[in-house]
Design a protein around this ligand. Structure first.
Ligand code: TRP
Length: 469
């Protein structure tokens, strides 16, 4: 076994933080957060988001780590084990299964988008050396052509999955921890460079003002903030249960979760500063208007904007490298959930489990890859009605609107109402010490009431026809 003598892997203390931060920081921070922040008019939305992160995301992350570390199992086994003696018993394993399935589906299109960043990294390199030239096409057109190119889509998806499989196959410490420890500092360095560079851009002041001004928040914005809190922290589908199962006993869960949350939030805000500074510098509000409308800004407008800025030839490729690295440490965590299930519950070796789960995810991603214009049948497939068009969209809708909220809801209810007080208390105290000052708030206020109510509100809105990107 790649893990050593039959044992499960174990992260080092710092390694765990790097791996979990790597999982949390991803396309959600650098792509989705700036986009929804822009669409919700910045300012107050950011504040609401911060509140959702602290009151809902953080407690749920702690709950996942508690379940993972106290059982030392991947989600299905972790729920079965933790629910021993509780009402419902083994049936709670279904929550773990839902999360594992959700991770599988999310990875199948997340890796596809991640592949685009590799392609654009290559594009930017060639533009940097040969000059920015799109051959008379607009970037939007060339992006559309890229999306509609089946072999290219499948190729980059395969490439990204292959790298992900390679890392997961190398094991918890030798693969996941090592890669996170290497990539996260590079990511941090690039991001700091980009932020510092934006200090001098003409749009910087406006970007900061936009991010922190006070304005009205809509109910929709509130819901979106809560939903994104789950996604960005990688909670709701068992990724943190899985990583928690490799966490050392003498490491503090509350302190680790707080550090992960803080770093994830910082990166999201820094990404906003970078992107908004560029947008507000290059063409003022006019072109920024397109940002709110198009979630694909990263691939349609941004490259050109980079090349209109000083140092763009250096910064553009670096930016796509940053996004690719952020995505990779997230795809690793998603694949690990599925692979760990096969290892823990089906007795496969790590190598076999990684290959098998990665191969299956790749195959399942093919209809998504072909649903962006390459194959009409996949592009127009809409089993859920008009809300979604195409295979990719349908998968995204299912995960973001159903599996993620349902996973978070059942987890909060399980730890809040079903897991015995002594179990969660002991697990939290391990490696931390006294938790009596805030334990009551965490379990009996946030997990029992606030989290379920907030999530039920999301589910209610989804039933009513709302859909979250
Ligand atoms: N958090 C990652 C991002 O922001 C995505 C992600 C990775 C994720 N693993 C997850 C989301 C598990 C939900 C569940 O891009």
């Amino acid at each position: 076994m790649a893990n050593g003598s039959g044992g499960r892997g174990r992260f080092g203390q710092l390694g765990f933080i790097f791996a979990a931060v790597g999982s949390a920081i991803g396309l959600g921070n650098i792509w989705k957060f700036p986009y929804i922040t822009y669409a919700n008019d910045g300012g107050s939305f950011v504040l609401v988001y911060l509140i959702a992160i602290v009151l809902i995301g953080l407690p749920i992350m702690m709950a996942e780590l508690v379940i993972g570390r106290s059982t030392r199992q991947s989600p299905v086994g972790a729920f079965v084990e933790a629910a021993k003696g509780a009402v419902g018993g083994r049936a709670w394993g279904a929550v773990g299964a839902l999360g594992t399935l959700g991770s599988f589906i999310l990875l199948s299109y997340y890796a596809l988008i991640a592949g685009w960043t590799v392609y654009y990294f290559g594009q930017c390199l060639s533009w940097s050396f040969r000059g920015f030239d799109t051959g008379g096409q607009t970037l939007g057109d060339s992006f559309g052509a890229f999306l509609g190119n089946g072999p290219l889509q499948i190729g980059f998806h395969a490439l990204f999955m292959a790298v992900t499989v390679g890392v997961v196959a190398l094991g918890v410490q030798g693969g996941i921890e090592r890669v996170a420890k290497t990539l996260m500092p590079v990511l941090g360095g690039i991001l700091i460079l980009l932020v510092v560079n934006s200090f001098w851009s003409p749009g910087f002041g406006e970007a900061v003002r936009f991010l922190f001004h006070v304005g009205p928040v809509t109910a929709d914005g509130l819901l979106e903030a809560v939903g994104h809190a789950f996604f960005t922290l990688s909670v709701g589908m068992g990724a943190m249960i899985t990583y928690g199962s490799y966490m050392r006993s003498r490491q503090s869960i509350p302190r680790s979760a707080a550090a992960i949350t803080l770093l994830d939030t910082l990166v999201a805000l820094m990404a906003c500063i970078v992107m908004f500074s560029i947008i507000f510098s290059v063409d003022g509000a006019e072109r920024a208007g397109t940002f709110g409308k198009s979630a694909t800004i990263l691939f349609t407008t941004l490259p050109q904007m980079f090349y209109e800025m000083p140092l763009g030839v250096v910064l553009a490729p670096l930016f796509y490298l940053l996004v690719g690295f952020a995505a990779l440490t997230s795809t690793i965590s998603l694949l690990e959930v599925v692979a760990a299930y096969l290892i823990d519950r089906r007795g496969l070796s790590r190598r076999k489990a990684s290959l098998l789960s990665g191969g299956a995810v790749f195959l399942f991603g093919i209809p998504s890859a072909l649903s962006l214009g390459a194959v009409t049948g996949f592009s127009s497939w809409a089993p859920l009605g008009e809300r979604t068009a195409g295979f990719f969209d349908t998968m995204d809708y299912t995960v973001s609107n159903w599996i993620l909220p349902l996973g978070g809801l059942t987890l909060a209810i399980f730890v809040g109402w079903f897991l015995s007080r002594s179990k969660s208390r002991d697990a939290l105290a391990d490696g931390h010490g006294d938790v009596s000052r805030w334990y009551f708030i965490w379990r009996d206020v946030l997990l029992r009431f606030l989290c379920p109510v907030a999530i039920l509100w999301i589910i209610w809105a989804v039933i009513g026809g709302r859909s979250f990107a």
